[in-house]
Design a protein around this ligand. Structure first.
Ligand SMILES: [Ca+2]
Ligand SMILES: [Ca+2]
Length: 320
């Protein structure tokens, strides 16, 4: 039975200790931006990749509308359900209708095996894949691989790559002739069009003793995994389009900057986030987070140069 921890969410984040990567992660920089903003608080179709990843699949998310976010009216119910503060859900309001063009999205989180191809292809040495800011960051920090690349808890070929900054995720996606999903694309791929709570539907992630995601139950490994699981380990947790691990395993970078208030003014067609902000959006919860954060609508923000052992990504492509 689901029994969420009763912790201050901001404190919960601040208390997470990262394992120190070999290339010297600046610990102070991993601060999650939400802390700043708060307390001022299936017609799945497969299509091979065109470059570098022909052994993996993408699924089609058809064009159309869906309901994004959470309504004010739903917050009391959610706060009670998860024994969480109402404030925790405020960033998701209002619920609003969004039209998104058709796109292909990775069925799985990008794995270490996938990412190794980018490294082998010289991805860290080719400026054309990087944003100007990302390239400058990489050069100054002398980054040549993900932060936990040599850590055996994280570096199995079929585990999702972790310890990658937003800049590295962007560069990988560009190398693959793809891109990071917008926040709206990510949510639609996770939620579909029926306003469900989780990618698999409404029941808790552990309903009937069957786990649907790698997250943090009372004990980390009650769901079978203490660290990131091999991608696709929870087929019963698939989204309406067949995406795996949209809930849990690793948080996933989106292309948008994060704004606490963005939903109150975002365009109704293909929203791409505010022009700038301190942090980038991440979605979906992870092996270090609670069930409340597995919800399709939950939004979070991280500085783009932060490299977390519970943060990864997946890619999208235009469907034309
Ligand atoms: Ca777990
Ligand atoms: Ca995930």
């Amino acid at each position: 039975m689901f029994a969420p921890e009763r912790v201050n969410p901001v404190r919960k984040l601040a208390s997470v200790s990262l394992e120190k990567p070999s290339n010297g992660l600046k610990m102070c920089k991993w601060i999650i931006l939400i802390c700043l903003s708060l307390n001022v608080c299936a017609c799945a179709v497969t299509k091979p990749y065109s470059q570098g990843d022909s052994d993996r699949d993408m699924v089609l998310v058809p064009a159309g509308e869906f309901m994004m976010g959470t309504s004010e009216e739903e917050i009391p119910y959610l706060a009670k359900l998860y024994n969480e503060r109402a404030k925790w859900f405020k960033r998701e309001v209002p619920k609003h209708k969004v039209y998104v063009d058709a796109f292909y999205i990775d069925k799985y989180e990008v794995t270490n095996a996938d990412y190794k191809k980018f490294i082998k292809a010289g991805g860290y040495n080719k400026k054309e894949y990087w944003t100007d800011e990302g390239w400058e960051w990489k050069e100054i920090e002398n980054v040549t691989r993900p932060a936990f690349w040599e850590n055996s808890n994280y570096n199995k070929p079929d585990q999702p790559v972790v310890g990658v900054s937003w800049y590295e995720a962007y560069a990988y996606a560009k190398w693959r002739v793809a891109r990071l999903p917008t926040e709206a694309e990510w949510e639609k791929a996770s939620r579909g069009t029926d306003e469900r709570l989780y990618p698999w539907g409404e029941v808790p992630a552990d309903e009937g003793g069957i786990y649907r995601a790698n997250y943090k139950p009372d004990n980390y490994d009650e769901d079978g995994f203490y660290h990131p699981a091999p991608v696709g380990s929870f087929p019963k947790g698939a989204s309406p389009y067949g995406c795996q691990d949209m809930a849990g395993n690793v948080w996933e970078w989106c292309s948008d900057w994060f704004s606490f208030e963005y939903y109150r003014q975002s365009p109704g067609i293909n929203p791409k986030g505010p022009p700038t902000a301190p942090g980038r959006v991440v979605r979906g919860g992870s092996w270090r987070y609670l069930m409340v954060d597995l919800r399709c609508t939950f939004r979070f923000a991280v500085f783009p140069d932060v490299r977390l052992n519970f943060g990864g990504f997946r890619c999208v492509k235009e469907a034309k």
